[in-house]
Design a protein around this ligand. Structure first.
Ligand SMILES: Cc1cc2nc3c(=O)[nH]c(=O)nc-3n(C[C@H](O)[C@H](O)[C@H](O)COP(=O)(O)O)c2cc1C
Ligand code: SF4
Length: 482
């Protein structure tokens, strides 16, 4: 009898190993020879540990399971049906996460690397053309067109070029990179190999945050089996700013993770001074499907200039937390209320932060905003890496604004003054407001400081802190005593 159970870090934290152990014991007691595959997660984290069992009624899912429940699964107790038919799965367009949760991440895909095969048939110039036409934009936060970046590197002449994958995933409420690396590491390697083929880069690096031991192990195992490109797995230096691409390159070179001034751009002067493509995990992992299904298919999904799919991550006080891959264009309200099911606590939603610690807080009155880079920017927000963190009515928004400044002060690389000093002054100003001292004058000072940080910071750490601070101030002014 075949069975699947996730060994994703979130499932393990929820007791998946204990469930696996109890399951094998229960099967043995019943004389059932169980063929258990440990997979990645399907993304329905609220149902983890989620077991899938092949029964005479087809595949049946069970979850969330505890060791005490497992015996009942053999009698079909509390079966959820085939997980592929679950409304949460049915509403998705799973391109990047198509295999995650369904296949064994420790061996190469049974069907081979279809995207890479097609890329080799097309040739480098046509691959670049396809990626440009697909409209794929970087999924790490800035949304820069991937094909244009690749072309810049392809056009640079150098004996050595590099492909670097940014798997630092520092944004709060995000876990898609981790899930993909744990659940389908070969997809990422395939995407990097296609990038190498298109640009003439022969060596790749994946820079993974140190807090992801399971992803690191999965990627190391897969890279050792991968024959189509020499790809090394490196462990991050434990700082948020090491996710910024130039600080990441410094860190990869063995130096302190400090931001480099641009230009020169990494595509011209990147790792060890060589032309380098640096992209997020999800950017590379989107490419095999583009190759396989064609640019026109991919570009046919989405809204405006946001083409294709985005693995949206729902976290915080949300009933159905997890990963939901969908074409751009659903509204924030649909994602939080329909897909996420509202809050887990049952309290009203007061705010959602989209785009990590530097993202804006949106009140429910902005829930008609479509999930699209430009639509968010038009409302002074950002999509970032696609993380949505839901807060209920107990959140204190002035404290959240203070937290943004504090986070910036702790994580600042120290290279430029608006960020290094401004973030410390920012905390002090919010503290004065919280104590009720000269509130109006200090609010004006806070806005002025945000202007300076936005205009004068060298990178988006200092430059984007105004998003959470000003959105808190503009939408939740009552929390600041104004
Ligand atoms: C402070 C800071 C932290 C960042 N952290 C990450 C990160 O953890 N992962 C990531 O992919 N991009 C991160 N970025 C964005 C990268 O600098 C860069 O835009 C990205 O690696 C480019 O890949 P993409 O075009 O595929 O998104 C960060 C940027 C800043 C300013
Ligand atoms: S904004 Fe902050 S993190 Fe970025 S370069 Fe300046 S000091 Fe460093």
């Amino acid at each position: 009898m075949r069975a699947r159970l996730s060994k994703d870090a979130a499932s393990l934290a929820l007791g998946a190993d204990k469930v696996a152990h109890a399951l094998m014991q229960a099967a043995a007691k019943r004389g059932i020879a169980l063929d258990l595959t440990r997979t990645g997660s399907r993304g329905l984290v609220w149902l983890e540990p989620l077991l899938e069992l092949e029964t005479h009624n087809g595949w049946q899912a069970f979850g969330p399971l505890t060791p005490a429940d497992v015996d009942g699964v053999f009698d079909g107790r509390d079966a959820l049906g085939d997980i592929e038919d679950h409304p949460w799965m049915k509403r998705q367009t799973r391109l990047v996460f198509a295999r995650c949760g369904a296949t064994d991440p420790s061996s190469p895909p049974e069907g081979g690397f279809a995207g890479l095969v097609r890329a080799r048939e097309l040739g480098p110039a046509a691959v670049l053309d396809e990626v440009i036409k697909s409209g794929l934009r970087g999924r790490g936060g800035a949304g820069f067109p991937a094909g244009i970046k690749w072309k810049g590197c392809a056009d640079a002449s150098a004996e050595q070029k590099y492909i670097v994958c940014n798997a630092d995933e520092g944004d709060s409420g995000t876990f898609a990179d981790r899930m993909l690396m744990e659940g389908d590491p070969f997809l990422l390697l395939e995407g990097m190999a296609i990038a190498g083929f298109a640009t003439g880069a022969t060596k790749g690096y994946v820079y993974i945050r140190s807090e992801y031991p399971h992803a690191i192990a999965a990627m190391q195992r897969a890279a050792a089996l991968f024959r189509d490109m020499d790809i090394e797995i490196r462990i991050g230096a434990g700082s948020y700013v090491c996710g910024e691409e130039t600080a990441l390159l410094e860190s990869l070179e063995g130096k302190r993770g400090q931001v480099r001034a641009k230009p020169p751009l990494p595509v011209h002067h990147g790792l060890f001074g060589k032309p380098t493509v640096i992209n997020n995990v999800l950017t590379f992992a989107s490419v095999p499907a583009i190759m396989e299904k064609g640019a026109a298919y991919y570009a046919g999904l989405g809204l405006g200039r946001s083409r294709g799919t985005m693995p949206v991550q729902l976290a915080g006080d949300v009933k159905h937390g997890g990963l939901f891959e969908t074409a751009f264009g659903l509204t924030l309200g649909e994602l939080v209320n329909d897909i996420g099911g509202g809050t887990r606590s049952g309290r009203p939603v007061r705010a959602v932060q989209v785009g990590g610690p530097l993202g804006a807080y949106f009140p429910p009155s902005l829930f008609d905003t479509p999930f699209d880079y430009e639509a968010f920017a038009a409302r002074d927000g950002l999509l970032g890496h696609g993380g949505i963190v839901v807060f209920n009515d107990s959140v204190a928004m002035a404290q959240q604004a203070r937290f943004a400044m504090e986070f910036c002060a702790i994580e600042s690389c120290g290279k430029c003054t608006p960020c290094r000093i401004g973030s410390v002054r920012g905390q002090e100003v919010v503290d004065r407001i919280l104590r009720g001292e000269n509130v109006n004058a200090n609010l004006a000072l806070l806005r002025d400081l945000c202007d300076t940080m936005k205009a004068g910071s060298l990178c988006a750490l200092g430059g984007f802190v105004p998003y959470p601070v000003l959105s808190a101030l503009n939408h939740f002014g009552e929390d600041f005593g104004s």
